[in-house]
Design a protein around this ligand. Sequence first.
Ligand code: FDA
Length: 305
Amino acid sequence: MLRQALLVASRSGGARKVVETAPFTGDVVRRFIAGETIEDAARVTGDLTSEGLLVSLDVLGEDTHDKGHAEANVQHYVELLERLGAASLGTRAEVSVKLSAIGQTFGEDLALENARRICAAARSASTTVTLDMEEHTTVDSTLRIVHELRHDFPDVGAVVQAYLRRAEEHSAELAYEGSRVRLCKGAYAAPTAVAFTDKEEINKSYVRCMKVLMAGKGYPMLATHDPRLIDIAGALAVLNERDADTFEYQMLYGIRPQEQRRLAAHGAQVRVYVAYGREWYEYFMRRLAERPANLRFFMRSLVGR
Ligand code: FDA
């Protein structure tokens, strides 16, 4: 109930105004958002990579209904990738892109064309792009775009959302040689016709997908903070005789940072998803929806304690 309410609020203009202007919002937001500028992103990327962690950078600004805004987002990604290229980090720092931020609302052709421009900039910087998965209504379109892009950019990462009833099917289709696939639980509100809503059902689906991906020939990117799922991932790596460099764990900036470092210290590859930019509201509300403790922390900050 609370999760659904927060996800609905993430799309509400009125709620956005209240949250954005609340006096202590900034401190709480900074826990999950790396900052507002490319300089902030570069600084955090430098800190994380110097600790042996990998990074995927997300420029906030999703669900754009303005072509000029979509173009500005593409240009921002290109500039960011030039900056990453100059730092010679290779695939240690890649980018994550939401197609809704670069024109998907105006049709698949514009989103595909803009994604190509970002992929070309990533190639020049010797790094990769992963296309985030968003609302369930856009999943088929996003998978078609991944498929198209992979003709020219085979290293484009795809995302499977375990809460979708078709997640296992998506995993099987994507578990081929060279295919980079992020597996996450899924962060959006979705109807029961297309998605599991019970936590345990979602966890079971995550395990089924992970089994397919870890047994397959692709490169699984296991995005979760869930200790049980992380343990199962470790066991599946042993079972499938996977070396540490044939898959990676992924977690969000600001969530379980000690666990990120613990896994890396044990030789695992761990990528931190770092979101930055001025348009943090929707991303931030999804983080609150995931965990009541995050919400309590936020509410306390609103009343200044
Ligand atoms: P969940 O939220 O159920 O938490 C499970 C357990 O993890 C908790 O019980 C607790 O033990 C631990 N935990 C979680 N948060 C914690 C915290 N703050 N402190 C301490 N312990 C905590 N979604 C999507 O729809 N499309 C996408 O493209 C992506 N991309 C993406 C990339 C990366 C790198 C990550 C990590 C996540 C995504 N997501 C996503 C979001 C994802 O779908 C999901 O909403 C969140 O990761 C939360 O799910 P968990 O797997 O962490 O489990």
